[in-house]
Design a protein around this ligand. Structure first.
Ligand code: ZN
Ligand code: ZN
Ligand code: ZN
Length: 518
């Protein structure tokens, strides 16, 4: 299989996580973008029609930006005052030995014997090679700890809610996307989707939705694509896993029963808006989700971090040695449940978001107070829902499909395009939209940056889920440090340092030392 070499742009996405009356904060590096440069040039749809329909959410720019170090912090609120010691413990850097033990255990359990996590006083955490790697070798496939697809991306891509693999069929992917495209503006569409995602299959042909977009395809056609009654040529080369619905709601879908079960056990049983959930809790959850979709979908990832911790806590609590019910022992149990997330870089979201360009620096305090209030509102809504009782990108198979059609011998291509061309045209320029989201990868996030890295995050053709894949860019010797670039490294020294300032450090890699002006 060919390796697609691409220009990874690894951005900091900050996740604030909240819990009960205590707050936790984690930050997450966004993993990888599959660049299509090395792939066959895809066919162009006729007549454009690819107008970008996504609107930026008000706080999205701020939330996606890197961590602005040195930003002032919002003044403390009641929670800060009441739970200062607990918050400090949750935000603290874990002590060296437990951290080393945690990473050793993680590497062992996942059988990543080619690497080890090292700690140094100078650079903190880093990843070293335990063996030699040749150029192009797979170094690591890092599984997501907590992650979520962006809300608006759900319109473009139907993926497994647990592993982020594309699901259904090429017909299903194309049909539901064109259906949503025809339903109306993206914001209406987002709201509709969250109430009526399940209707896609059944109501595609009967919906009275207004047509606004360029799609000229009849709704009956889209409906039969979605239901599988109509098939497109050559799609059998691109079979996708069958859709497995959530046992409770109709919002989440999976590629397999095992993903459905894992999601339920790890996060979703506390976030499901389906029939298995109490009606009052269900409406509280819906309010929380609506607020997140309308303000910043980073709160959905935060909610997953919280439910991940709570469900681990519940599980630990059933063990006989933890039956002791004092506040102190409960808190230490909570710390144990929080451990996998505690290993990451943690900072309050509203303190670490970089100031957006359109906000004047004299308004910084107001800005930080505002986004903190937004986060507190989200926390309150989540609390109402669950306390009654950490860049993710997957390339679209739809793109591979259209490339395949384009590469067919002329006569076959002509025949196939009679069927496929209207769909490609209706999809427009964005027909290949990948699955995008935010995720925290426990091992990839330990890798240090270099502007002349020896490894890179790739998506190879066979990497069809949300895992982060790290590949050697050059031969790596045993005990060498493995580095990746957090930024686009093909820019000047000054630009690189400016981008890296968002990560809170000045790069002194060999290339920077050489290029540094005296
Ligand atoms: Zn899956
Ligand atoms: Zn559900
Ligand atoms: Zn550098």
């Amino acid at each position: 299989m060919a390796v697609s070499v691409f220009n990874t742009r690894r951005r900091t996405s900050l996740v604030s996580a909240f819990m009960a009356r205590t707050r936790m904060f984690i930050s997450t590096p966004l993993p990888q973008v599959r660049d299509k440069v090395s792939r066959t040039k895809p066919p162009k749809p006729h007549g454009g029609g690819g107008e970008r329909r996504r609107k930026k959410q008000p706080q999205e720019a701020a939330a996606r930006a890197g961590g602005g170090m040195g930003g002032s912090s919002a003044s403390p609120c009641d929670l800060d005052r009441e739970f200062a010691p607990q918050i400090a413990q949750l935000l603290a850097t874990p002590p060296l030995q437990p951290a080393q033990e945690y990473y050793n255990g993680l590497i062992q359990s996942r059988k990543h014997d080619g690497i080890r996590v090292n700690f140094s006083s100078k650079h903190g955490k880093g990843v070293c090679a335990n063996k030699e790697f040749a150029e192009g070798d797979l170094i690591l496939k890092d599984q997501i700890l907590v992650g979520a697809q962006h809300s608006l991306n759900k319109i473009d891509c139907a993926v497994c809610s647990y592993c982020f693999r594309f699901i259904g069929s090429i017909e299903f992917q194309i049909g539901r996307r064109l259906y949503w495209q025809s339903v109306g503006s993206s914001s209406d569409c987002t709201n509709r989707r969250h109430c009526h995602e399940s209707d896609v299959g059944s109501s595609a042909s009967s919906s009275g939705a207004t047509k606004e977009n360029s799609s000229t395809l009849p709704e009956e056609v889209l409906g039969s694509l979605i239901t599988g009654d109509m098939s497109l040529p050559f799609t059998d080369h691109f079979s996708l896993p069958q859709v497995v619905p959530c046992r409770g709601c109709e919002e989440e879908r999976y590629c397999s029963q095992s993903c459905a079960d894992s999601d339920w056990e790890t996060y979703h049983s506390l976030l499901c808006t389906g029939s298995k959930t109490e009606p009052s809790q269900r409406s509280a959850l819906q309010k929380f989700i609506e607020h997140a979709n309308g303000s910043n979908d980073i709160f959905l990832v935060a909610a997953k971090a919280i439910t991940f911790t709570l469900l681990r806590y519940k599980k630990l609590k059933t063990q006989p040695e933890f039956q002791n019910n004092t506040d102190e022992s409960n808190f230490s149990l909570l710390m144990e449940a929080w451990k996998p997330l505690s290993m990451g870089y943690k900072k309050r979201w509203w303190d670490s978001v970089a100031l957006p360009e359109d906000v004047d620096s004299c308004d910084e305090d107001t800005f930080r107070q505002q986004i903190r209030d937004l986060a507190l509102t989200s926390l309150q809504l989540l609390k109402d829902a669950i306390f009654d009782s950490d860049g993710l990108v997957v390339a679209s198979p739809v793109e591979d499909y259209f490339i395949h059609i384009d590469d067919l011998p002329d006569d076959e291509k002509e025949e196939a395009e009679k069927v496929t061309r209207p769909f490609l045209d209706a999809l427009g320029e964005d027909y290949a939209a990948p699955c995008e989201g935010t995720a925290f990868f426990p091992l990839q996030s330990c890798m240090n940056h270099s502007c002349c890295p020896n490894a890179k995050a790739y998506k190879r053709d066979e990497d069809t889920d949300g895992n982060a894949v790290i590949i050697a860019l050059e031969p790596i010797k045993k005990d060498d440090e493995i580095t990746i670039s957090y930024i686009d490294e093909d820019v000047s020294y000054e630009e690189r340092q400016a981008e890296l300032a968002d990560y809170g450090f000045i790069c002194t890699c060999p290339r920077c030392q050489e290029e540094k002006p005296n």
